[in-house]
Design a protein around this ligand. Sequence first.
Ligand SMILES: [Zn+2]
Ligand SMILES: [Zn+2]
Length: 369
Amino acid sequence: MAAASLYWCIYRRNWISSYYFLSLDIFQHKASTTLSFQNISIKSIHVNSIFFGLFILTSSFSTDADNSSIAISKHLLDSVITRIPFVKQVLVIPCILENNLSTVCYQFSFNSNPIADGPYCPKTLDNIGGLYNYDGITNPGFQALKRQFFESMENDGFDIVDDEGNIRISLPKNTDSEFNYCFEAERDDSLVITYTIPVFPTDLAVPSPNNTVFDMVGFTLNGIPIEGPAPSVINGAPLPDGGTGVAGNVPAIDPCGGHVDPSGYYHFHMQPETINHVLKKNNIYDVFCSNVSQDSYALLGYAMDGYPLYADKDLPGMTQTKYDQCNGHFGPTLEYPFGVYHYHASNKAIPNTPPCLKGASAKHSFSIE
Ligand SMILES: [Zn+2]
Ligand SMILES: [Zn+2]
């Protein structure tokens, strides 16, 4: 058990409030993550017990009157921190949300690629790889990467199978050659992924849709990014400049709904904990997810707007209430017994992630180093 180190630096400017910077080295001391915080209010912090290295700084930032009531409760911190066992570091920092609200955010850092992945592209027409949602003309839909998928692509004019029946497999890159490829990227397990999410979720006037790979949905409890729908095969991947990549390539996803980004980090385009239900409901029987345990009730992670992400079911015995357009609702959960707005993964939709986020995400919410 590390000795507590508590460090204050108070700096005030007129009426300006203080913010709190909290660094918890949970990675090294996760066995004793029993942080006990009473309210951290704008003028005082009461730390009941600290069992590992802790650095607290209060400083100043411009804020509006609403922030004078900022309070980080014991429940909130406990709920978040103790539920994320693989986090490398947690900070509480000032942040600005996409609706321009100045507030405080958690900043979670994780090591990349905490789980095994694959398979992705099958070597030949006679093998079975992962999954993809084909949006061509012949036999479209979410399906296993096997003979029928690639023959459909060939039928639609793509050349992704060679004369010997081998699938053309390549590292993901914007190839402009005459051939099409099934893409597989290489893992880089040395990356650090950082998420910034609001401590106090704030609803947007209109929910923000999760339509493309650039729409970050959230992250799993072990720190894997959950992104919007995987790119179109026939149109190519969208590019940050608004254009699209080369059409006709398949950035294969594995049976748990994830794959490796060209920069080396594994991420999901589906929520993996309910994916085997999704596969069955879509009549896919030759591929199943074994790298992620299936769980219909669990807290799965957090959305970028700060609301929790749950699997497809509420607590056993609870009456199911209607979900909104983002597949979310307000209600009690195991971790939030007094009720919380939360999203549910679908057990049949593709993708099974929330179609929109009700709350505002932070600006600069996701980074990789
Ligand atoms: Zn992706
Ligand atoms: Zn629920």
